[in-house]
Design a protein around this ligand. Sequence first.
Ligand code: CTP
Length: 396
Amino acid sequence: MAHSVLLIIGGGIAAYKSLELIRLLKGRGIVVRAILTKAAEEFVTPLSVASLTGTKIHTQLFNLTDEIEMGHIELSRSTDLLVVVPATADLMAKMAQGLANDLASTTLLATDKKVLLAPAMNVRMWLHAATQRNVAQLKQDGIFFVGPNEGEMACGEFGPGRMAEPVEILGAIEKLLNTAPKVLAGKRVLITAGPTREAIDPVRYISNYSSGKQGYAIAEAARDAGADVTLVSGPVSLAEPESVKVVHVQSADDMLAACQGQYDVVICAAAVADWKVANATDHKIKKSADQPVPILAFAQNPDILAQLSQDGPKRAKVVVGFAAETDRVIDHAKAKLTKKGCDLIVANDVSPASGVFGGERNTVHLVSKTGVEDWPSLSKSDVATRLVAHIAAQLS
Ligand code: CTP
């Protein structure tokens, strides 16, 4: 049976993008019904929306004919997913408070289905403590988000608040409906993620701040795209993704050993320690007043990405590395592409000000032999979905 989506179109300049989204959804065979808020009607007309959906448009809560044909409760439940485009600051505030004083907010409160919001608003409104509080509350309530992106706004300002593009919203919808095209079906994908720990003695180690979130998000995106995924993970505090083979390791040497095998795609997202402690001891180093402080000697760790990029019968068709840089990001990434021999480098700025390490978002540049693609600030999950689509296109 065809999937169905209930679009709730909010009142903002980005409402016009909902028309393109309807076209994309219909192209995927998804049934689209729509509710327009009163403010939305200032930006798009019910007639233009109805012409594209091919279904009746709902605008009022107390409409006798509508209530007889399909009441608001049924409207909110006879669909697989509710999508709010654009989710305005006002609509999100109502949802966070559980207000129900028009058809859109009543439907959102009455539903027992998943709800996806595509926020769009002025950057100051998005960054306002009240909006951020509402976003946090809605996330806690199990509401899903796509965007907003960073960019030029209709009001002339720049920053986060721009609605995600229709294709991105479509991607998020397909993920929630589990109808994403299986672009990596039958492919074996290896992903490294998280930090490594290099022992000093049995109770101490050297490591780094990597959270593993980006690598785990890629593992989930590759799985959703139909791949057979092996995730080799350093120590992180993340739940294992379902239906992914997870191999837990500690050191870079362990990680390299766990990466042997035949794969179609290799993605090295781990922050591998460059050095290990050459004079690590197998007993706890004791401190005492009459002993000098220990001096650690280091030895080079294997470069896993470089080894997996080497030519040979077992080399994967696409090998992807990450470049975590704090300055001259693109220059360093280009140099790494050549030095390591991989096909793509996902370059990101990990200077403390960027908030990438441990954060939820990432602004990356995709560096290949043919050029550089600059991606907007995206959630780590959206970076993962885009990267998987890019790799799939390269494979085909
Ligand atoms: N990498 C790896 N094995 C290592 C070091 C790095 O597989 N021993 C991989 C990482 O997973 C990442 C890429 O190489 O995909 C680049 O990692 P990064 O830390 O940015 O670069 P380094 O090679 O360590 O170089 P530098 O620290 O000088 O920037």
